[in-house]
Each structure stands twice: as C-alpha cells, then as structure tokens.
Design a protein around this ligand. Structure first.
Ligand code: CA
Length: 276
C-alpha cells in the first residue's frame, strides 16, 4: 500500500515536471525594465518599457475629413507600459494560436492575396477579436507573474501615438518604414528598418496595428489615459502598412475597421499595460 502510494507520488511529480518544462519560463516583471516573455517552445516576445509622459495628440495639419485626426488635444499617459519590440510573427502566432496565415486567409477574404509567408514575417489576416484572444491567453498563462494592475492587451490608441510621436528618430521615412513606395507589395520580416529611440521596430509601416479602442471623434479637452468609448462599431488601427502611401504611416493618422475582420495589411503588437 505504502509502495503503491510512493510510486503514485513519483508519477505525480514526473507529470508536474513535464508540465512545467513545456510552460513558459516566467519572471516577475518590474516597472521600468524591458523583459522577454516566452510563449513556449522558445517563442520569445521582447517587451520594451515605455515611460509615462504627456503629449499633444492629433494633427495640426488636419487630414480631418478622411482620418478624423483633429483637434489636437493634450493627453496624459500617467503610467509607463510595455510594448513588444516587434509585430508578432507568424511563427509566434502559429505556436500560440495554432493557425497559419493561409488558414487565416481562408477565414477572411479568400480573394485577398497572401503577401509573404515565413517565420520572421509578422502575422496578418487576424481580426481584432483574435488578437485580443492572443492577449487573454497570455494573461491566463502568466497569472501571478504580472505587475499589479497590469495586463496583456492591445495598446490603447493614445499609447500607440505617444510612443510613435515622442520617441521618434529624425530619419527619412524610407529608413524606418515599409510602405507603398518601397515594399514591393509584400509584408517584410520584422526589424529590418531602423527602430525608434526606445528600440521598437516597424511601428510605422509594414503592418498596421490593431489598437484597443473603439473609434470616436476627438474633442479639444485634455484627457488622462483615454481608452475609447465603451461601445462602438469599429476598432482603431494605426501605423499604415506595406499597402498604403506615406500619409498612412504618420503617427497621427487614424484608421478604423470592424473587430471581426482580418486583412493582409493589419497585424498585432502586444502591450502589457495598466488596466484603468
Ligand atoms: Ca507597424
């Protein structure tokens, strides 16, 4: 009886150690530090700390009719947050969410062309809902390792524009972004252009990026940590892509798309951010 019990215990501990070896190896994250999160099987996502600050959101030039990016208003980002250094790749998505870009294409617009397949090419044809699904799955796995009050999510639109505007390098667009004039109508591997001052790559161009917020018009009053309205029809998309002209890659240019749709021009950048 005792022997059977101890054998049982041994198998139980063997099972535990097998389970832990396939799990992500997590360390507690500390504010201010960049870190890497392992999705499993050595699929590492590097996360870069973005410090808090105030900025002027919106465009003075006003592409308002099409892009609704006026009036300029002051936004306070009251806490720092993390953004992934790169757009999430096809290899990372396949490991974590179990679908290929071809399978995603079939779910979306079959007539739309595949624009690049490869481990280091960012994932596209993914909807806002599927992208939030990626974040929530990671929250489950990382439960207990997250800083208090922080969760994995999509960046808010304000966090995205703040990072793009405040930490920009003074370089020509061709040096930092893939867009219509230089992309050869393809999605490119991550990290081939110059990063911003924080070391974040491809914010502008390559793939546009889903943001958390539902679309709403700006107002001129200053706001703190905006997250968008509670309901809406379309989600914010930022950064422009391989497909669009230079204007689309501006830090201020806003796009919006239905949350169930995926496109060959939109991908996912992961955030670990305060949940207000
Ligand atoms: Ca991008």
């Amino acid at each position: 009886m005792i022997r059977r019990l101890s054998l049982g215990l041994v198998s139980f501990f063997m099972l535990l150690s097998c389970a832990s070896s396939s799990k992500s190896t997590s360390v507690k994250k500390s504010e201010g530090e960049s870190f890497s999160v392992n999705l499993g099987d050595n699929n590492i996502v590097e996360m870069v700390w973005v410090p808090k600050g105030n900025f002027e959101m919106g465009s003075h030039e006003g592409d308002a009719v099409k892009h609704k990016d006026t009036p300029v208003h002051t936004v306070k980002i009251s806490k720092g947050f993390w953004l992934s250094k790169y757009e999430i790749t096809q290899k990372q998505w396949l490991w974590f969410m179990k679908t290929t870009v071809e399978e995603q294409q079939k779910k979306q617009y079959k007539k739309w062309t595949i624009r690049g397949v490869g481990d280091s090419i960012p994932m596209y044809f993914i909807s806002w809902e599927e992208s939030i699904g990626f974040c929530n799955k990671l929250n489950e796995i990382e439960k207990g390792n997250l800083p208090e009050g922080y969760k994995y999510s999509l960046p808010t639109e304000a966090q995205w524009e703040y990072t793009c505007k405040t930490f920009a390098k003074n370089k020509p667009l061709d040096a930092i972004a893939w867009y219509r004039n230089n992309s050869d109508k393809k999605v490119h591997p991550i990290g081939r252009k110059h990063p911003n001052r924080l070391g974040i790559y491809d914010l502008r161009g390559n793939l546009s990026e889903w943001c958390y917020d539902w679309f709403e018009e700006y107002s001129k009053e200053g706001v703190k940590d905006p997250v968008g309205p509670p309901k809406g029809e379309k989600k914010i998309v930022r950064g422009g892509s391989w497909f669009g002209p230079a204007l689309n890659t501006k830090a201020t240019t806003r796009f919006q798309d239905p949350p169930k749709n995926g496109y060959s021009s939109i991908g996912l950048r992961l955030a670990l951010r305060p949940i207000h």
